[in-house]
Design a protein around this ligand. Structure first.
Ligand code: SF4
Ligand code: FES
Length: 236
């Protein structure tokens, strides 16, 4: 077992007299523990007022994304043994979203941008008697884009998003790729007015922070570049 000094960002906008600050906790841990285990131990054994989100604890739901030692990642996947110094861990909320309490951020704006790109299949052709078919090759084109778990790590690590909160951001643009490149979708004409703008694909300056932050190893920047190519070539 090891002793880990965990610094956790604390903030409660409903109590402005308590200024945002870091609290430190000494936590006994197994070197194979995840950061989420540390947060549970703090909440259950040391300070029940600590607020953070989590659900699946297995990298599926995307709810436990936070900044750990300066980088966005999922607390339930962040294994202590992968940190240079596993005895010192600093945990902060995702940047650029309003804080509700401690590590819990308000994701309203993130999901509004997701809604704007119409993240669903648009096809006005009457459906066949069974399903709309797609070949394995056609499915392959969108495969990587379907891995997204909407954790918001990418969008909140994007400098273009920090500078311009109106930018749709990598997660919404990736979702747009997922549908605009789906062989069964006919909706690009309905999505183009938000994509082909300064706050759409053209605000992406290929900084690659999103790719580094993505816990699902999705090459988001490449997918955005394919959207740019499609818009320029007018192949739709
Ligand atoms: S693309 Fe990756 S980082 Fe962005 S929301 Fe999806 S899973 Fe999270
Ligand atoms: S708790 Fe679900 S992804 Fe971490």
């Amino acid at each position: 077992m090891i002793q880990v000094k965990v610094k956790v960002f604390r903030s409660n906008p409903e109590q402005p007299q308590n200024k945002p600050h870091f609290d430190e906790f000494m936590v006994e841990a197994d070197p194979k523990d995840k950061v989420l285990d540390l947060l549970h131990r703090i909440k259950w054994e040391k300070d029940g007022t600590l607020a953070f989100r989590r659900s699946c604890a297995h990298g599926i739901c995307g709810s436990c994304a936070m900044k750990i030692n300066g980088a966005n990642m999922l607390a339930c996947e962040a294994n202590l043994k992968n940190f240079k110094d596993p005895t010192r861990i600093t945990i902060e909320p995702l940047q650029s979203l309003p804080i509700i309490k401690d590590l819990v951020v308000d994701q309203t704006d993130f999901f509004k941008k997701y809604d704007i790109v119409k993240p669903y299949l648009i096809n006005r052709t009457p459906p066949p008697t069974r399903e709309r078919l797609q070949s394995p090759q056609q499915r392959q084109v969108i495969d990587e884009a379907t891995w997204c778990i909407l954790c918001a790590s990418c969008t909140t690590s994007c400098p273009s998003n920090w500078k311009n909160p109106n930018f749709l951001g990598p997660a919404a643009l990736l979702k747009s790729y997922r549908y605009n490149f789906d062989s069964r979708d006919e909706g690009i004409a309905e999505r183009i007015n938000v994509l082909d703008t300064n706050n759409g694909v053209w605000r992406c300056h290929t900084i690659f922070n999103c790719v580094e932050a993505c816990p699902k190893d999705i090459n988001i920047t490449w997918h955005i570049s394919q959207l740019k190519k499609k818009l320029v070539s007018r192949e739709y």
